[in-house]
Every structure is written in structure tokens, then in C-alpha cells.
Design a protein around this ligand. Structure first.
Ligand code: KDG
Length: 379
């Protein structure tokens, strides 16, 4: 089993080849292969008829750069499907750059892990074979270990406290920590609250998790959370999750409702539990050398566009969340609400994860986040 670093190194080569192949095929080399005429397979397309009534993207504001500072095509790879809030926010990013450079900066979007998984796409930014990507913080802890604070269970109880922490000086310091890694981290956005799904039966509390084979992100804290709960966790790239569940390699996974819907996980998962056990941020990233070699005016524009994208993505991510849960139930998934008592049991059962990792993350960072949360939640 290759460790993370080797996967990182080999990933760059794979992404380069796959990216050339995808481009040659007109960018339609989908994610998980789906049966002819059927939906399915890692978010080829959500089988719901239409999406939620989303807030439209804000008017594009800001200076239009009319001077010809050069033409650029940004290839932007993500793991999620076209129907996801993540993809729709990248379309907004694309439109901002197109309008504010009079078409001189174009963005090509590659969804569904088409050009690689999160680790491979981050490596591709470092090697220069891909320009942008937008992963969860969890697979990025190999570059900025402090991001692992966001893997701690039940840390951020509301989106208000999540925004407060991510938009704080501490959040900016974490983004700045990418400097010199070959990746420029532009802004956080929202993957969201993670919910457990499985194919075996309803999960109401920690006792129901025992022995469950759960796929988790490639991150040691995510593994430990589920091992501590008595499950049998397996870390794997997002693009492999659908087929792993379809083939019974794992019983379940955990992701926000919108991902579970738009990646068609409900087709192979009958049970959902509203655990909200982790709030995962996204990081909007660009290749560091690629960014630094751009004219300063374009650098400023890209930073502004990333922040506008973050703000919009948070809005539609939250609009998508409740709607997705309702759609999943309409598609036949049995969704279990977790009572306050059971939530307390989950929190108590996963407390050892804090004891195990706080020192590695930085006690001061964990405490700073908990203080900010208390300030917001205590109000
Ligand atoms: O591109 C973003 C995805 O990779 C993101 O959904 C990661 O939450 C994630 C998972 O479960 O791997």
C-alpha cells in the first residue's frame, strides 16, 4: 500500500497523462463509469429532476482589466459532480474571470475526479500540470498539518462558528502556511457537515457503528474517529467511493447530504444518519508558480474572485443541504435523526480523539478555535 507521499509523487505523473487524455476527449472522460442510459457512478448526474431553488450568483463587480496582459486558460479540477454547490461556485469563478478580463482568462472545469483525486490534483498544482483545484482540508494536512484541527469531531457546532473561525486571523495564517509548498491557498469554502450513510441498517448511536466498514478520507484523524467508535475504517480517494460501496468493499461512507445526493451514493446506500460529526472546509487552490508568474493585476483579480466564490459557495451549500436531505428521503433513503442524548454519546465516545491529536495539531490552535466557538455559540 503506497503511503501518502509516494501517492503524492506518482499522482503528478498520473494527472499529467489523464489530463492530456481528458482534454483530447473534449473533457468528457467522466468519473465512475455508469451503465448505459442509467444514472449512477460517482456523480455522473444526480437522478433528481432538478436542483433546489438556489440564490443566483451575485452581479459581477470590480474593475474590468481592459489592458491586454496576456491570455490564460486555467484548468480547474474538482472531485464533485456538476450538480454540486462546489461545481456551481467554480462556474461563478469562471464567469468573474472571463468578464473582468474581457475573456483573456478562461477557466476549464473538470468535475468528478476526472483529472485525479484530491492528493493527485494537489500534486499536479505543485508540478505545474494542473492550474487549480478545490479539495477538502483533510487530504491537505500533509502540506499544512494545522488544518487537521478541522478534522476534530463535533468541533464546529454551527456554520456561524465555522465562518468565524475560517475567516479569522488564524484561518488566514493557515492559508498563508501553504507558501513555498508549490500551492497558493486563496480562500476557504464549505464542504459542510458530514453525515454517515451505510447499507446495513439504521445508526442511532455509537453502539450501532460497531463493526461497520466505513470509508473515510485519507486522513489519520478521520480513521481514528471511526476506529474509536468501533467501526472498521478504510481511507480511500473520493473517486473510488461509489464503486467500493457498490461492490460491498465498504458498508458506508460519510459526506454532506449534497455530496451523497449529487454523487448518487443513495443508489447503493439505504440508511443515512444525521450525525454532523465533522464540519469540513474546502480550500480553493492555485499552483504557486503559475500564480506568481502572472501579472500582478491578474493575481489581485484571482484573489478577489476566489473570495467572491467562497461567499457564494457558502450560500448555495447551505441552501443545498436541507433540500438534499429531503431528496435523499424521496429517493428512498431511511434518514435517522440523532437525538440530543445520542449526540452526547457520540461526543463522549470520540473525546479520546482530542486527547490523541491535540498535541500534534497544537494545543494553542485547538484552544483558539474552541474559544472562538464559545464566543459565537455563547452569545
Ligand atoms: O473535490 C472535493 C471532494 O474531493 C471532497 O468531497 C472530498 O469530502 C470529500 C471526501 O469525502 O473525500
Amino acid at each position: 500500500m503506497l503511503n501518502g507521499r509516494w501517492r503524492f509523487a506518482i499522482g503528478g505523473v498520473i494527472v499529467s497523462f489523464v489530463f492530456v487524455f481528458v482534454s483530447a476527449c473534449g473533457g468528457d472522460f467522466g468519473g465512475q463509469p455508469a451503465d448505459e442510459g442509467e444514472d449512477g457512478g460517482n456523480g455522473e448526474s444526480a437522478s433528481v429532476e432538478e436542483g433546489p431553488d438556489l440564490t443566483p450568483p451575485p452581479e459581477i463587480e470590480g474593475e474590468v482589466i481592459s489592458e491586454d496582459l496576456g491570455e490564460y486558460t486555467i484548468n480547474f479540477g474538482i472531485g464533485l459532480a456538476e450538480e454540486s454547490p462546489q461545481y456551481q461556485s467554480v462556474e461563478y469563478f469562471r464567469d468573474i474571470l472571463d468578464e473582468r478580463t474581457e475573456g483573456r482568462i478562461q477557466v476549464e472545469i473538470f468535475p468528478n475526479s476526472q483529472v485525479g483525486d484530491d492528493l493527485q490534483m494537489m500534486n499536479a498544482l505543485q508540478s505545474g500540470s494542473l492550474e487549480m483545484t478545490y479539495p477538502s482540508t483533510s487530504p491537505a494536512t500533509g502540506i499544512v498539518p494545522e488544518l487537521a484541527v478541522f478534522d476534530l469531531p463535533f468541533l464546529l457546532p454551527s456554520t456561524e462558528s465555522a465562518d468565524e473561525v475560517l475567516d479569522s486571523e488564524l484561518g488566514q495564517e493557515m492559508l498563508d502556511e501553504f507558501e513555498g509548498s508549490g500551492i497558493k491557498a486563496l480562500a476557504f469554502a464549505e464542504n459542510g457537515y458530514r453525515q454517515l450513510t451505510n447499507s446495513q441498517g439504521p445508526v442511532e448511536g455509537p453502539d450501532d457503528v460497531s463493526g461497520l466498514a466505513v470509508r473515510v478520507m485519507e486522513n489519520e484523524i478521520q480513521v481514528e474517529i471511526w476506529r474509536t467508535l468501533g467501526a472498521n475504517p478504510t481511507s480511500m480517494a473520493f473517486g473510488e467511493v461509489f464503486s467500493a460501496m457498490e461492490q460491498g468493499v465498504v458498508d458506508g461512507q460519510e459526506n454532506p447530504w449534497s455530496t451523497i445526493l449529487t454523487s448518487n451514493f443513495y443508489e447503493v446506500q439505504d440508511y443515512g444518519s444525521e450525525t454532523r460529526h465533522v464540519y469540513t472546509p474546502f480550500v480553493i487552490m492555485i499552483g504557486e508558480d503559475y500564480y506568481n508568474d502572472m501579472p500582478e493585476e491578474y493575481q489581485t483579480l484571482i484573489q478577489e474572485a476566489a473570495e467572491d466564490t467562497r461567499d457564494y459557495e457558502r450560500v448555495i451549500s447551505r441552501e443545498y443541504d436541507q433540500w438534499s436531505k429531503e431528496q435523499l428521503e424521496a429517493q428512498g433513503m431511511e434518514v435517522t435523526e440523532i437525538s440530543d442524548e445520542q449526540l452526547a454519546e457520540f461526543q463522549d465516545a470520540t473525546q479520546p480523539v482530542y486527547d490523541q491529536f491535540s498535541d500534534e495539531i497544537g494545543e494553542d490552535i485547538v484552544q483558539q478555535v474552541q474559544d472562538m466557538v464559545e464566543e459565537v455559540e455563547g452569545q
